[in-house]
Ligand binder design. Structure first.
Ligand SMILES: *Cc1c(COP(=O)(O)O)cnc(C)c1O
Length: 391
């Protein structure tokens, strides 16, 4: 076998084995145990937020946020089209309808289009926003690839139209504003709810896992309560609400506590590697590295190469296969969610940038373990492949 540079692999250079062993020794492997509380405290301290609930996945974090936001059957939730489908599926779990709002050049929701949808396509009676007779309850914003959506504009719109804001920060743990109204605020702590994921490919991993925060700490307590089957009286098995089995396990949390210790180092490496990619692609004719939003410090979770499709006449599939043969694993950005089978009948609004980027963005290797030499190899291989096609 020749060279193989993976797209993204987890990094267990710290205390992962020690803490997981410890959890096993204590016999606390399930949804009770000290590591869960410790991870919640570590996350809350890192994010400068009061209360965090650890759950089984980013998807369950989003689902519980929608439940707590009061999203009911028949309601509308405004969502992005260009992201992982897990962000939008929980809208369906609630039997609500998504409306897809186009993205801007950060791949995140375009606030200009969000505002014009609310203003031109909806009615506001001073209390609630409605669209074709359905209540528009919430807007679900995804901080794509560790970028930050334009939260200042989005929060203003949400306040004006009484929308709940759910931040999908599953890809953006560690991203924060450095300037403006929200300077110092982390992705996931600006809206009413923030969801995080610790799946295997995210910046930290617990195997599978996630977390939720909310601007009201009491709401987080209720989310934690719902995530453990809503035990009103745990000794006599009395339940006043429908609960979920969404709690994180102590084994997962043991991994998470170790990963949180390493997060600052992961962030340093992601930044350094991004700078090298930017530098080495600087004068390349057929592709540019997409920047992250100004006025923020991004976690630089995933790197995006914007391929010049005017000159590179090949499908993404062909490009990815050609790179694969040379040992460089890449992936396309997602297919648009509104074009996936369960969503074909849902409404879209002013789609323009999302389909444009869906055809052009290639994600390139971004593991924290990648070396300087490997990055240089990735860059020269991509240049060679794209130049051959373009000529
Ligand atoms: C990973 C991810 C999720 C889901 O997180 P899981 O932990 O895999 O359930 C949701 N939204 C986005 C944008 C993601 O990247």
């Amino acid at each position: 076998m020749g060279k193989f540079i993976p797209l993204s692999i987890p990094n267990f250079e710290g205390n992962e084995r020690k803490y997981v062993d410890d959890a096993l020794d204590q016999g606390w492997v399930s949804t009770g145990g000290a590591y869960i509380t410790r991870l919640e405290e570590d996350l809350a301290a890192f994010l400068h937020t009061k209360n965090v609930a650890a759950v089984q996945s980013g998807t369950s974090a989003l689902h519980l946020s929608l439940v707590e936001a009061g999203v009911q059957p028949g309601d509308i939730v405004l969502v992005p089209p260009l992201t992982f489908i897990a962000a939008v599926n929980p809208v369906k779990y609630q039997f609500a309808s998504p409306v897809f709002i186009d993205c801007d050049d950060s791949f995140c929701m375009d606030p200009v289009k969000l505002r014009s949808f609310c203003k031109e396509e909806c009615e506001f009676d001073g209390t609630a926003l409605s669209h074709n007779g359905k209540v528009v309850k919430a807007v679900l914003v995804v901080h794509v690839f560790g970028n930050m959506a334009d939260m200042e504009a989005i929060m203003e719109i949400a306040e004006e139209y009484h929308l709940k804001v759910i931040e999908d920060a599953t890809e953006a743990l560690g991203t924060f504003y450095t300037e403006g109204k929200y300077a110092g605020k982390y992705a996931g702590t600006i809206g009413h709810f923030g969801a995080f994921s610790f799946n295997g490919n995210k910046i930290i991993t617990t195997g599978g896992g996630g977390a939720v925060t909310a601007n009201d700490p009491a709401v987080v307590d209720h989310i934690r309560f719902l995530s453990t089957q809503a035990k009103t009286d745990p000794h006599y098995y009395l339940h006043d609400e429908v609960g979920y089995n969404y709690r994180m396990t102590n084994l997962q949390a043991a991994l998470g506590v170790a990963q949180m210790e390493e997060l600052p180092e992961f962030l340093r490496r992601k930044q350094k590697n991004f700078e090298q990619y930017e530098e080495e692609f600087r004068d390349f004719a057929y592709g540019t590295i997409m920047p992250f939003r100004e006025g923020t410090s991004s976690n630089k979770w995933f790197y995006s190469l914007n391929i010049d499709k005017e000159h590179v006449h090949a499908s993404m599939r062909e490009i990815i296969l050609a790179l694969q043969e040379k040992g460089v694993q890449t992936r396309p950005i997602w297919g648009l969610i509104n074009e996936q089978k369960p969503y074909l009948n849902e409404e879209t609004y002013q789609m323009e940038k999302a389909p444009y980027y869906a055809e052009r963005i290639l994600n390139i290797p971004s593991s924290t373990q990648i070396t300087r030499e490997e990055i240089s190899y990735v860059v020269s291989t991509i240049k060679q492949v794209l130049e051959e096609i373009a000529e």
